[in-house]
Design a protein around this ligand. Structure first.
Ligand SMILES: C[S@@+](CC[C@H](N)C(=O)[O-])C[C@H]1O[C@@H](n2cnc3c(N)ncnc32)[C@H](O)[C@@H]1O
Length: 276
């Protein structure tokens, strides 16, 4: 049977809490204007599927002050942290233990369904997307961040980071039954589902737009959370993975260095007449 949560250990690790904090600080300033584009009712019902520590569910609740936001995840520690951190928003922001593979919401429950940094980490993303479409109302929106590990670029040093990402993305994905190139592959999945108004935008996490320390914090968290499994699942050893990450972190911290992570933000609208 396929492991539906092949990154369970990494997702629950303390490094993921740091990572989600840094990623939100890096990405949200460019992402919020993309979310404001949607024609949402003022009292929008919003689902954040795979919400982690609630970084974005809370930002959504703040962005839409009359909305109701539900964050779901399967890591109880993340959910507890989210409930504690955003207690002040509890009247409109709730967190539930629920899998994206078994959404309990009724059909057409949400005006906006968000799923960030999840679809590349699980098998059968098409099944999950079908569930997200089911719970979104006709005319409502999907807002997705499907990561793509061919969209990270660093300067060459003693090591060439191109070799690292090339090896890791292919081997890690194969070993875990996941697609680490979801960013480019999701368009076809959404188009085949006959969703409408598909758009692909990019948040540019680079050393010009994002503080170097924030970008470095993402890489440090990846190093701390993933080097061991990279050593187990890919031809790159744990020690080598650490060396690659350390070089990339130095590249980002170098005041004359340049590096970029292109983060695809993909959106689609559920047709007014949903087809079977
Ligand atoms: C990289 S984090 C992203 C968190 C959040 N979306 C954000 O952008 O800050 C991925 C999250 O997906 C969750 N996840 C993985 N598989 C899941 C599943 N089957 N159902 C619900 N959440 C899941 C993990 O527990 C983790 O918290």
């Amino acid at each position: 049977m396929t492991d539906l949560n092949p990154q369970a250990k990494q997702m629950a690790d303390e490094s993921m809490v740091r990572n989600l904090d840094a990623q939100a600080r890096a990405i949200w300033p460019q992402e919020a204007p993309l979310i404001r584009r949607y024609a949402l009712p003022s009292d929008a019902r919003i689902l954040d599927a795979g919400c982690g520590t609630g970084e974005i569910a809370s930002r959504l609740a703040e962005l839409f002050p009359q909305s109701h936001v539900l964050g779901i995840d399967i890591v109880d520690h993340h959910l507890d942290l989210a409930r504690a951190r955003y207690e002040g928003l509890a009247a409109r922001l709730t967190f539930e233990h629920q899998s994206v593979f078994e959404l309990s919401a009724c059909d057409c429950s949400f005006d906006l369904t968000v799923c960030r940094h999840v679809l590349h980490s699980i098998p059968h993303p098409d099944r999950v997307i079908a569930g997200l479409v089911r719970v979104t109302r006709p005319g409502g929106y999907l807002h997705l961040i499907p990561e793509d590990y061919g969209m990270l670029h660093f300067q060459r040093g003693a090591l060439d980071p191109r070799d690292f990402w090339h090896q890791v993305a292919a081997s890690f994905g194969e070993a875990t039954g996941t697609d680490l190139f979801m960013g480019r592959n999701i368009f076809g999945i959404l188009a085949a589902m006959r969703l409408e108004n598909l758009s692909v935008d990019y948040v540019v996490v680079d050393t010009v737009r994002v503080p170097r320390e924030t970008f470095a914090a993402i890489l440090e968290a990846w190093r701390d959370g993933y080097s061991e499994s990279i050593g187990q699942l890919t031809p790159i050893t744990r020690e080598s993975a650490v060396a690659y990450f350390n070089q990339m972190i130095a590249n980002v911290r170098d005041p004359h260095g340049y590096a970029v992570w292109m983060v695809p933000v993909v959106s689609a609208q559920v047709p007014l007449a949903k087809s079977e």
